[in-house]
Design a protein around this ligand. Structure first.
Ligand code: NAD
Length: 478
């Protein structure tokens, strides 16, 4: 049942409204609904760092939404607009996301009110180390209790500083590397983590297009090939999603929206060239091989087959939702649709692949990294050559048989080389991620298509997630 939302709720209220739609269709024991919904704790820290001859005071947060499983997990965001409501909303989404993709974590999130572009690398390192120190001394960074990861405005570099800071404070902790994920591969990270969230968006769309009933609900047909895609935010998530969809699935990127405007070209944009342009010029303006649109958000309303908001929350809201034409929206960012926009778009018949599923690739590969750190060995290290040797036995035997039969028999193309190659870490990470995205979609899809009272994927995703969190609480007691 729709709430008829008339005024814009805050981000946290939006998440709660979506949660409420789902629990209204569930039969939870009295009180459990509240226990799952509320955020357990939010720590606010203000700390000073001496920079450029004076003391600068920063405000940071780490919110823990649910500890039904530990450690709790969730990124650290660097953005000027970070606030308590936002980190609590994001922490709640982490709880549901982890449950949906079956990573054994509770939900958490952190943020620092800062515009990272205003500081040089040295300054950012000092700020990050100080923030990490404040969180680690309260066990809000800890391999067994709370494990951050990258989010908007942070990446491998910040995660490496955080891990190093934690190690300096815990010199005899053998599992110290597992205190944070998203580290560079040469500093305890895992292959495929940088691309993971965008890769997960690609796998989510591939799985969506394997289910013709869902595709038809969006008024689409066929595969990802030739589908017109608009992406907002060419950062970590948006860039990788757009790149893989264009290069591997034959989709056409017809619009890219950034902070300073948008680029459009119905014939297809060159994602790598634009990413490079942004790196060199600080924005999309002036890029020579596409049409520039100064009012970027208006491109969210342009006709396309798939819209991928991959920048920040609340960009599709009560003011523009009724003008958004995309029949399929995949929420690569967290919370890009407010609860009001979600309602308007659902009523228009759009299919929305919800954030808690769509961008779960990041936490999935973070889980693999955490397991790798705890086991102190790279995935595939023990099996790879043994696998190759067993494959070689089969290939040699087939070759021997063909000679014996005296028939001209050759293996096609590069089959032999591909078949012989044992899986390394990157192949295993991608395979584990693909399997996770397929499994989670199927769990949502089953509920979406089998229950008359569940009319959208988001409600289905919440039901799957809440059921899992509830059974964990019920099994263990509170
Ligand atoms: P990022 O900082 O790498 O990229 C964000 C991009 O959005 C940047 O290119 C920025 O210029 C652009 N942007 C910012 N404000 C904009 C605006 N108003 N209009 C258009 N573009 C704008 O961040 P990211 O890591 O790619 O995260 C993006 C979203 O994905 C966030 O909602 C984040 O919570 C979510 N997410 C990220 C990860 C991850 O692994 N990094 C995992 C899950 C979810």
């Amino acid at each position: 049942m729709d709430a008829g939302i008339k005024t814009e709720p805050t981000f946290r209220e939006s998440v709660d409204l979506m949660f409420n739609r789902a629990v209204a269709l569930m039969d939870l024991p009295p009180g459990l609904e509240d226990k799952i919904r509320v955020c357990n704790s939010t720590y606010t820290v203000r700390f000073g760092v001496k920079l450029r001859g004076s003391i600068h005071t920063f405000t940071g947060y780490r919110s823990v939404h649910s500890e039904h499983m530990e450690p709790v997990k969730g990124g650290i965001r660097y953005a000027i607009g970070v606030n308590q409501d936002e980190v609590e909303a994001l922490a709640a989404l982490m709880t549901y996301k982890c449950a949906l993709v079956e990573t054994p974590f509770g939900g958490s999130k952190g943020g620092l009110c800062i515009d990272p572009r205003e500081y040089d690398e040295d300054e950012l390192e000092r700020i990050t180390r100080r923030f990490a120190y404040e969180l680690a001394k309260r066990d809000l960074i800890n391999p067994a209790q709370n494990v951050p990861a990258p989010d908007m405005g942070t990446g491998e570099r910040e995660m490496a500083w955080i891990a190093d800071q934690y190690k300096r404070m815990n010199t005899s902790e053998i599992n110290a590397n597992a205190c944070v994920t998203g580290k560079p591969p040469n500093a305890g990270g895992i292959q495929g983590r940088v691309e993971a969230t965008g890769r997960g968006v690609q796998y989510a769309l591939q799985e969506f297009f394997r289910h013709p009933d869902g595709v038809a609900m969006a008024g689409l047909n066929g595969t990802l090939e030739g589908k017109r895609v608009i992406v907002q935010g060419l950062g970590n998530v948006g860039y990788h999603a757009a790149k893989f969809l264009a290069e591997e699935d034959g989709s056409i990127i017809t619009g890219i929206i950034e902070r300073d405007g948008a680029l459009v070209d119905d014939g297809g944009l060159d994602v790598d060239a634009i990413r490079q342009w942004i790196a060199n010029h600080g924005g999309v303006k002036g890029y020579p091989n596409a049409t520039y649109v100064e009012d970027g958000p208006v491109v969210l309303e342009k006709e396309c087959d798939i819209l991928i908001p991959a920048a920040l929350e609340g960009v599709i809201n009560l003011t523009n939702a009724d003008r958004v034409k995309a029949p399929l929206i995949i929420e690569a960012a967290n919370g890009p649709l407010t609860a009001g926009a979600d309602e308007i778009l659902r009523n228009k018949g759009a299919v929305i692949i919800p954030d808690m599923y769509a961008n779960a690739g990041g936490v999935t590969v973070s889980y693999f990294e955490w397991v790798k750190n705890l086991s102190h060995i790279r995935f595939g290290r023990m099996q790879r050559r043994q696998e190759e040797a067993r494959h070689m036995l089969i290939v040699e035997e087939l070759e021997r048989l063909s000679e014996h039969l005296g028939e001209a028999w050759t293996m096609t193309g590069d089959f032999k080389e591909k078949y012989l190659r044992g899986a390394g870490e990157l192949e295993l990470v991608r395979s584990g991620l693909d399997d996770t995205m397929r499994g989670a979609y199927q769990a949502m899809h089953n509920i979406w298509r089998s229950r008359d009272d569940v009319t959208d994927l988001r409600t289905a995703a919440y039901i799957v997630a809440i059921e899992r969190v509830a059974s964990s609480y019920q099994a263990k007691g509170l």
